[in-house]
Ligand binder design. Structure first.
Ligand SMILES: CC(C)(COP(=O)(O)OP(=O)(O)OC[C@H]1O[C@@H](n2cnc3c(N)ncnc32)[C@H](O)[C@@H]1OP(=O)(O)O)[C@@H](O)C(=O)NCCC(=O)NCCS
Length: 173
């Protein structure tokens, strides 16, 4: 199993099919999915398809939304990392609820950013969030991102964050 980074409490690593059950538990939680897309929880089929897609990406290009493993317990607790979305490099994250509020989100995202940049040469990533998802917006700010734009999706406002130095000619949402 390829490990991309080790932080104080976490591993960022590749995915395997043995992660499907744990990931299905995370996306079945309505609180976790509240600020994602239509806000609805997802079933096991979605989780399995997601893990398969991540495994294809790690095989083909090495980077993806990295699996986050809690080092002390060995549990899969979520993901942080990158995907292509609407022609952009999207930086996203998702943790199981029992791991919120303890600094794991920022710890994982900082490591994912470092891996993306140093191991895979990724630049120009953006992250988007509903502004009311305060924890997510705070993670963007703590990583040094700033608000580049706002856009509408499903009749709701989304904020788009990124590193302004990656967009010297400005950002076109
Ligand atoms: C967003 C998420 C990853 C945050 O994870 P976390 O481990 O709780 O985050 P951290 O503990 O590292 O906190 C990071 C910062 O956000 C703040 N924060 C976290 N949750 C918060 C909340 N609900 N309200 C306000 N601030 C919050 C923390 O206080 C911390 O800021 P500080 O260092 O200035 O005090 C987690 O809540 C999650 O997975 N949510 C569901 C999925 C999701 O919404 N993903 C993003 C979609 S855009």
């Amino acid at each position: 199993m390829t490990t991309h980074a080790r932080t104080e409490r976490l591993f960022l690593r590749n995915w395997s099919m043995t992660d499907v059950d744990a990931y299905a538990g995370i996306v079945a939680d309505p609180e976790v999915m509240r600020y994602i897309g239509d806000g609805k929880p997802r079933g096991r089929g979605h989780a399995e398809a997601f893990v398969r897609t991540m495994m294809r990406h790690q095989e083909e290009r090495g980077w993806m939304r990295f699996a986050i493993e809690h080092a002390a317990s060995g549990h899969l607790i979520g993901f942080s990392g990158f995907d292509e979305k609407d022609g952009r490099l999207d930086f996203g994250w998702r943790l199981g609820r029992e791991f919120w509020g303890g600094g794991y989100g920022f710890e994982a995202c900082s490591a994912a950013l470092w891996v993306g940049r140093t191991s895979f040469g990724l630049t120009g990533m953006t992250a988007q969030s509903y502004p009311e998802n305060a924890g997510s917006v705070r993670i963007m700010q703590k990583m040094g991102m700033s608000e580049l734009a706002q856009k509408q999706e499903n009749g709701r406002t989304l904020v788009v964050y990124g590193f302004p130095e990656d967009f010297p000619r400005g950002f076109d949402a």
